[in-house]
Design a protein around this ligand. Structure first.
Ligand code: ZN
Length: 171
């Protein structure tokens, strides 16, 4: 397994629309293992393939505190959506930034698992937020897109400043 570098906003590669996964094979399962390692190390609760510069429709999630509920979604599709909720979201591609986003409260998703088997899952609360957030990544969207242009600009400036400080530390 290997930890993968995570793309950071406003990297234009985060705008890529991911293509469907064509075959669920050992190479893909190795990539899935790398994505879990990367997500847990960050640490984070969700990671889309887009964020590690792999542009296929694949995401991993684990909202448990002890890494006990790993979930893999390959070619996920939202079948039903209902209600709304506001959650303060963060993102490994937008480090240190948190903002309220309104999303559907309950969704029904169909996807393939790591063995290529189709499954359906009904999710609400945080799990529903995470799935919607990660599917957005596969469509080239980042959660800060839901903010006003002014706020998004502030995020961009804050990240540039953080990166500059980090660069100075490294020097
Ligand atoms: Zn994200």
């Amino acid at each position: 397994m290997a930890k993968l570098p995570i793309l950071e906003f406003p990297d234009p590669r985060l705008r890529t629309v991911a293509k469907p996964v064509e075959s669920v094979d050992d190479a893909l399962r190795e990539r899935i293992a790398d994505m879990f390692e990367t997500m847990y190390a960050a640490p984070g609760i969700g990671l889309a393939a887009t964020q590690v510069n792999y542009h296929r429709r694949l995401l991993v999630l684990d909202i448990s505190e002890d890494h006990s509920q790993p979930l893999v979604f390959i070619n996920p599709e939202i079948l039903e959506r209902d209600g709304s909720q506001v959650y303060q979201e963060g993102c490994l591609s937008v480090p240190g930034i948190f903002a309220d986003v309104t999303r559907y409260n309950r969704i029904r998703v169909r996807a393939l698992d790591r063995d290529g088997q189709s499954f359906e899952l009904e999710a609400d609360g945080l799990l529903a937020v995470c799935i919607q957030h990660e599917i957005d990544h596969l469509d080239g969207k980042v959660f800060v897109d839901y903010l006003s242009p002014l706020k998004r600009d502030l995020v961009r400036k804050k990240l540039a400043k953080q990166r500059k400080l980090a660069g100075e530390d490294a020097a």
